[in-house]
Ligand binder design. Structure first.
Ligand code: CP
Length: 358
């Protein structure tokens, strides 16, 4: 995957549209670490100022094309409204629905359902817009394919204009910015050593790990003290854990894995809940589904320890704020009492998506 290159991005910035370049517009966000810790902090400070009523720096005439290969409420709405608020324009395309189905692998024989190659779509779109954005989730069947993150990688490879990841197989940087803004809003700008628990939660469906990966990476960038809690078999990608651990250590934090949920929650100031599929579950998703069904039943009252986040779970923390990226399955992932309670930051984080997008 192409590394972030600020000069390259500046060179490809809105100058193409005859617009003045500014230092903070031409971002390339693939995993959210590209701006570095200081850059993330500056973006978060700006987002919190915008939420408090600061005047936005307008971007009239700038254009964004966003391709959504998967559904969205928050990401699509926040991006579209952010563009409108800045005087920019966003066109939203849904490949396979209101746009041709898209192929992202290079060199393949296109005799399947995809009618257009990403290379061609990008070559056309970037003559018309200043920024490309794309959402394409993990397939969960092929570990190597999901690690390669093929859709966002194709955009990073072929696009000459800046590219924003709107949730890929591995990362969700726009969510990570809003999460970080929420942490800093409640706990202050210095999050070094602040205990955060990322807890797996029950769910009826196999879900990608992009959001969990992003929580880990975003918290690691802040030097937080991160506990990843999950039942056996619902492990995160060891590459992601190793990277998160190295970044957290560099920032004065740490990452540990815990299979005892109560132990994981003790002392937490932030609890982020999310369901995800195990990295070790590639190739044996049917077996994983049976284990997941058992956890789902426990969360609905059957025998066994429940991983749903309820009031009893939150009582083990240090008055933590509760977070979930949404959408969330109520009374499966989290109880009504917790998500509707005074320590829930879930809706606030979703609201911050607008200001971090701006
Ligand atoms: N959290 C999030 O990205 O929400 P959407 O999937 O609705 O965009």
């Amino acid at each position: 995957m192409m590394a972030y290159d600020a000069q390259q991005n500046l060179a490809n910035s809105p100058a193409r549209a005859g617009l003045p370049a500014s230092a903070d517009w031409p971002m390339r966000l693939i995993d959210g670490s590209e701006p570095g810790r200081d850059g993330v902090d500056a973006l978060v400070a700006r987002a919190l100022a915008l939420r408090a009523g600061a005047a936005p720096r307008m971007a009239p005439g700038r254009r964004v094309a966003a391709l959504f290969l998967n559904p969205s409420l928050r990401t699509r709405t926040s991006m579209e409204i952010a563009c409108a608020a800045l005087g920019a324009h966003m066109v939203t395309l849904s490949p396979g629905r209101d746009m041709w189905g898209i192929e992202v692998e290079d060199g393949v024989r296109m005799d399947g359902t995809a009618a257009e190659h990403a290379k061609d779509a990008i070559a056309v779109l970037e003559q018309m817009v200043d920024v490309l954005a794309v959402r394409a989730f993990a397939g969960l069947e092929d570990a190597a394919a999901d690690r390669a993150d093929p859709a966002i990688a194709a955009f990073a490879r072929h696009a000459k204009v800046p590219v924003i990841n709107l949730e890929s197989a591995r990362w969700h940087p726009m969510q990570g910015l809003a999460d970080t803004a929420t942490w800093q809003s409640h706990l202050g700008p210095n999050l070094r050593g602040v205990p955060l628990t990322l807890t797996w939660a029950p769910h009826p469906k196999a879900l990608p790990a992009a959001v969990a990966n992003q929580v880990l990476l975003s918290a690691a960038l802040q030097g937080m003290d991160i506990t990843v809690a999950h039942p056996e078999g619902f492990d995160l990608d060891p590459q992601v854990l190793a990277r998160g651990s190295a970044i957290a250590r560099h920032g004065g934090g740490a990452v540990r894995i815990e299979h005892d949920r109560d132990a994981a929650l003790a002392g937490a100031r932030v609890v982020v809940a999310k369901s995800w599929s195990g990295f070790s579950g590639y190739g044996r998703r049917d077996d994983e589904a049976k284990v997941r069904a058992g956890h789902l039943a426990a969360s609905l009252g059957a025998a066994g320890s429940s991983w749903m986040v309820d009031a009893a779970a939150m009582a083990k923390t240090d008055n933590a704020g509760f977070m979930h990226c949404l959408p969330v399955r109520r009374n499966v992932v989290v109880s009504d009492a917790v998500i509707d309670g005074p320590r829930s930051w879930a809706h606030e984080t979703a609201g911050l998506r607008l200001y971090t997008a701006m």
